[in-house]
Design a protein around this ligand. Structure first.
Ligand code: FES
Length: 149
């Protein structure tokens, strides 16, 4: 059974210092922090929803929108960048009609950039979900995306 927000809150005290640990737990349980969770946290800690959004905006780890079914990450570390990573990202942004950090309207893909995936010799590298694809080209990437529904 998936964990409930009430259960998560019950594991924490009501001090505002608990905000970040609570947000981490909510995101771990649900994959993102939805509006109902923010409202519940606001009531529990007695802080405003704006304060919650304000504080969490300092932390890149938190997302407040439902994630797509597949996460696409383009490496833009130095090695990948010089070997065409930016071209791949540009192609994805235009092809999926979203910007980096966004989710497609049909919730099929999230698009993000990463600093280095640790396999620079195989650049440019793209990660889709848990799979790493090396020596990527625009054509290969276009074909590859068709496998992810
Ligand atoms: S720079 Fe892309 S894997 Fe290291």
């Amino acid at each position: 059974m998936p964990e409930s927000i009430e259960r998560i809150l019950g594991r924490h005290g009501r001090s505002p210092d608990e905000l970040i640990p609570i947000l981490q737990d909510v995101q771990a349980a649900f994959g993102y922090i939805g509006e109902p969770s923010v409202k519940a946290i606001s009531r529990y800690l007695r802080i405003s929803e704006n304060q919650i959004y304000g504080v969490s905006s300092f932390y890149a780890q938190f997302r407040f929108t439902e994630p797509g079914r597949h996460g696409v990450k383009v490496c833009l570390g130095t090695a990948c960048h010089v070997r065409g990573g930016a071209t791949l990202l540009d192609m994805l942004e235009r092809g999926l009609d979203i910007h980096c950090g966004e989710t497609t309207e049909d919730k099929r893909f999230d698009l993000d950039r990463v600093a280095c995936l640790g396999c620079c010799a195989l650049s440019p590298v793209v990660q889709i979900d848990r799979d790493i694809y090396s020596r990527m080209t625009v054509n290969r990437l276009t074909e590859l995306l068709k496998n992810y529904e």
